[in-house]
Design a protein around this ligand. Structure first.
Ligand code: HEC
Length: 302
């Protein structure tokens, strides 16, 4: 006896539309989950990208995340909140080595640097003028290793760019796509997120820092914390007055979290405007000198 003969056809006819309906719902829900793009937050990774950096100068210490080690600080402090003059910087991260081989690290340097991979010193040197230092060739296994870099400014200028080469590839920068860190403090991570938004949206195309040759198309944001209240700042970054006739700043469509990250980044890089103390005039009129030129003479122009 055939199976179809055992099941009454009217029963099948009754259940078919229901089956069709159920499978329609099933496929709809499937395609829905595929269509809704997942929000990827690299901070939720066990090992988010970048290096954890600690900058120290004049008794002040600041932590932040750097994508890689390629800096030409010149005569300026590495961060606006740090005083000018000598500073130290330490980076820790994991470095991913994809192939084993004979490796060699190099740096373009002004100052003093020491690089360790898994506790082993692979580059060490000092330069008073810009130039290369080259480490010894060494056998490097593949895998993830602890990277530790210590830098000290020792000359009027500061510069550090890290490179490596091996028997498998020529000299190239140690790039951000092989550097990972252990998830650090949420504040440091938030500022990092803001910085990547700031760079990705090229805010500094218009918001240039002072000391740059071209005239800024928009206010320097260094002193933004002196004049602006944080809530307003977040609203401004979301640009709720983009339709106003005077608005020149583009609308980026940031959500609250993104705007807050950028505001946190701006705060983390802000400088308090302060007037230099003008020395009291000396009594002897002949010896009186003009007061030194004022630095940071007020909040940014807008
Ligand atoms: C195309 C140029 C341009 C770009 C790109 C741009 N801005 Fe602006 N921004 C301006 C101009 C012009 C002003 C001043 C006029 C105004 O407020 O609209 C301004 C003002 C601001 C202010 C207020 C500053 C003050 O002192 O009043 C903040 C904060 C700000 N921008 C943040 C950002 C951030 C963050 C980004 C990147 C996500 C960005 N801007 C990208 C042009 C730009």
């Amino acid at each position: 006896m055939k199976l179809s003969q055992r099941i009454p056809s009217s029963w099948i006819r009754g259940i078919l539309p229901l089956l069709a309906f159920l499978s329609l719902i099933f496929f709809c829900s499937l395609s829905q989950t595929r269509l809704v793009a997942e929000e990827i937050d690299p901070e939720e990774d066990d090992y988010p990208p970048g290096l954890l950096a600690t900058y120290k100068a004049g008794g002040k210490e600041i932590q932040r995340i750097d994508a890689d080690i390629a800096f030409d600080w010149g005569k300026q402090a590495p961060l606006p909140q740090l005083p000018d003059g000598n500073f130290t910087a330490d980076w820790t991260s994991l470095i991913l080595v994809k192939q084993p081989g004979e490796y060699q690290l190099s740096a373009y340097l002004v100052g003093e640097v020491k690089v360790e991979i898994d506790g082993k010193t692979v580059l060490e040197g000092k330069r008073e003028t810009p130039g290369w230092i080259v480490g010894p060739k060494y056998e490097q296994n593949f895998g993830e290793f602890e990277l530790q870099v210590s830098y000290k400014k020792t000359a009027p200028e500061a510069r550090l760019q890290l490179f490596w080469s091996s028997n498998l590839f020529g000299l190239e920068p140690i790039q951000s796509n092989i550097l990972y860190r252990e998830a650090g403090s949420p504040e440091v991570a938030q500022i990092w997120r803001g910085r990547t938004h700031f760079d990705a949206h090229r805010c500094n195309r218009c918001h240039q820092r002072s000391g740059q040759a071209t005239s800024p198309a928009a206010p320097d944001l260094t002193h933004v914390t002196t004049a602006l209240n944080p809530e307003w700042l977040v609203r401004k970054i979301q640009n709720d007055d983009a339709i106003a006739a005077h608005a020149k700043m583009p609308f980026f469509g940031f959500n609250q979290q993104e705007a807050e990250s950028i505001a946190a980044y701006l705060y983390a890089n802000a400088k308090n405007a302060s007037l230099k103390k003008i020395p009291a005039p000396k009594k002897d009129k002949k010896q009186r000198k003009r007061p030194p030129a004022m630095k940071n003479s007020g909040p940014a122009k807008s």
